[in-house]
Design a protein around this ligand. Structure first.
Ligand SMILES: Nc1nc2c(ncn2[C@@H]2O[C@H](COP(=O)(O)OP(=O)(O)O)[C@@H](O)[C@H]2O)c(=O)[nH]1
Ligand SMILES: [Mg+2]
Ligand SMILES: [Zn+2]
Length: 278
C-alpha cells in the first residue's frame, strides 16, 4: 500500500492513507542508503508486517523541521507584540522560495495597532501583494481555510506570533497549546513537540516551532538573490548583476524611485553579506 508519513516518534512511523493509520517500522536499508524517512514522505509499505518498503521521490525537503513534500508555507507575522520584523518576514520568504514552497503571508494581532500604525502596515501589505504574494490577516478564517484545502502547508513564524491560536481557530479539535508571549519565549525549546502532519479542512498542516531561526548557511549569494521575486521584473545590463556595486543596475534604480520597498532591498543586502559565492 501507499501512504504518507504523518508522525514519527523515535523509530515508529505513523503512515496514513484513505484506509486508516498504520504504525510502521523502517528497515535498516534506509540507514544504509543514508535516507532518513521524514514526516511528509509518501511511502510504499507492507500493511501486514508494518514495515516501510520504499520512500517515493520527494518534491522538496526541509532540515529544520525535518519534513518533506510541502506545497506552501503560511508565514504568521505579528504586527505588534512581538513587533513587526521585516527582516524575519523576508528571511522566511527567502527560505520558502529557496525550497520551492509557496509563501502565504498572514499578519496577526492587527487589533493591537492604532490607526496610524495600521496605515503603515497597509502600505507594506500592498507592496507584498504587488509582487505576487497572497496576504491575509489571521482573522480571515474562511479565506485561510480555502487556501489550505488540498495542500500540505507548513505554519511558520516567530514564537508568540499566533500560529497555534490560528490553527485552533481553524479546527477546534486540535487544542494546541498557546501561550502568553513572555511565557512562550521563556519556555523556549521545550514547547517544541514532535513534528506531526495534521488534517484540517481537507488540507494538511504542520505546526513548526523553531523554523523561524533557519539560517542561510547552505545558500549562495546568487540563490538568495533569486528568491527576491520582484528583482526579476527589472533586468539589469549585467546578466549576473548582484544589484550591489554595479554601476548600471535597474534594481537599484527601482529602489531609489521607491518602486521596490527599501526594507526588502536592505534585507537582501544583509542576507547576501557573508554568504558564499556560486
Ligand atoms: N491580541 C492578539 N493576540 C493574539 C492574536 N493571535 C494570538 N494572540 C495571542 O498571542 C499569544 C501567542 O500565541 P500562540 O498561538 O501561542 O503563538 P505561537 O507561538 O506562534 O504558536 C497568545 O497569548 C495568543 O492568545 C491576535 O490576533 N491578537
Ligand atoms: Mg505555538
Ligand atoms: Zn542589478
Amino acid at each position: 500500500m501507499e501512504g504518507q508519513i504523518v508522525k514519527i516518534i523515535s523509530n515508529l512511523y505513523t503512515v496514513a492513507n484513505e484506509k486508516g493509520r498504520y504504525d510502521c517500522h523502517s528497515r535498516g536499508k534506509f540507514r544504509k542508503d543514508n535516507i532518513t524517512p521524514l514526516v511528509g514522505d509518501y511511502v510504499k509499505f507492507d500493511e501486514k508486517e508494518q514495515y516501510i518498503l520504499e520512500i517515493l521521490p520527494r518534491k522538496n525537503s526541509l532540515k529544520r523541521p525535518m519534513v518533506s513534500n510541502i506545497d506552501q508555507g503560511l508565514i504568521v507575522t505579528s504586527v505588534k507584540h512581538p513587533d513587526y520584523s521585516s527582516n524575519l518576514l523576508d528571511k522566511l520568504i527567502t527560505t520558502l522560495e529557496f525550497h520551492r514552497i509557496e509563501p502565504i503571508l498572514c499578519f496577526s494581532k492587527w487589533d493591537l495597532l492604532n490607526k496610524e500604525e495600521e496605515k503603515e502596515m497597509e502600505k507594506i501589505i500592498k507592496y507584498y501583494e504587488s509582487i505576487g504574494y497572497v496576504v491575509v490577516k489571521n482573522t480571515e478564517i474562511e479565506k485561510i481555510k480555502k487556501l489550505l484545502k488540498g495542500k500540505t502547508t507548513v505554519f511558520t513564524g516567530q514564537t508568540g506570533a499566533g500560529k497555534s491560536s490560528l490553527m485552533n481557530r481553524l479546527d477546534a479539535n486540535l487544542k494546541l497549546e498557546t501561550g502568553e508571549i513572555s511565557e512562550a519565549l521563556g519556555r523556549g525549546k521545550h514547547t517544541t513537540r514532535h513534528v506531526e502532519l495534521m488534517e484540517i479542512y481537507g488540507g494538511k498542516v504542520l505546526d513548526t516551532p523553531g523554523f523561524s531561526s533557519l539560517d542561510f548557511q547552505e545558500m549562495t549569494k546568487e540563490e538568495i538573490r533569486d528568491t527576491f521575486v520582484e528583482f526579476f521584473r527589472y533586468p539589469c545590463p549585467f546578466k549576473d548583476c548582484m544589484h550591489q556595486n554595479e554601476t548600471e543596475c535597474e534594481v537599484k534604480k527601482k529602489v531609489e524611485d521607491g518602486t521596490i520597498l527599501l526594507s526588502r532591498y536592505e534585507n537582501y543586502l544583509k542576507f547576501i553579506r557573508n554568504q558564499g559565492e556560486k
